[in-house]
Design a protein around this ligand. Structure first.
Ligand SMILES: [Zn+2]
Length: 146
């Protein structure tokens, strides 16, 4: 497995500059964590946001950007029902699928597709909450973002 050294905070800055104008100037901090054999990413916070990304991943730059774009989309789609994210599977699924769609609308369909195509089996426990590779492609085609 090749370990590429990505500068995650720099990639997040570039994503905001390119695709998330409404997040410019927000307090967003990127934490690189180390959890071998897992590809974790997440965002938490209200007003100040923490994007966490596992340094141990072998994704391509395009896949990494898409995963981080998905996390930034959580800030955009954040609403009161997020309180129930961890307690209600249906709500969690709705939030994740809407967040995927927002990332697709902003141009990250191919990266998400590549990520899930490779990792669906590996992350089978959580993949149920997200759009499948086929759904990613068909939604992206439908809105002209493939
Ligand atoms: Zn998510």
């Amino acid at each position: 497995m090749s370990k590429q050294k990505y500068n995650h905070p720099k990639i997040v800055d570039a994503l905001i500059e390119k695709s998330f104008p409404e997040l410019k100037g927000k307090k967003i901090f990127v934490f690189e964590i180390w959890m071998p054999k897992k590809y974790t990413a997440g965002v938490t916070g209200l007003g100040i946001y923490f994007v966490t990304i596992n340094k141990d991943h072998s994704g391509t730059l395009g896949e990494l950007k898409a995963v981080l774009a998905h996390e930034l989309c959580h800030i955009i789609t954040l609403g009161p029902r997020n309180i129930l994210y961890w307690f209600n599977k249906k709500i969690r699924r709705d939030i994740e699928r809407e967040t995927d769609k927002e990332a697709i609308r902003r141009g990250y369909a191919r990266g998400l597709y590549g990520f899930w195509k490779k990792n669906k089996r590996r992350y089978s426990k959580i993949s149920q909450y997200y759009l499948s590779p086929e759904e990613i492609r068909s939604y992206a085609k439908e809105i002209g973002k493939w």
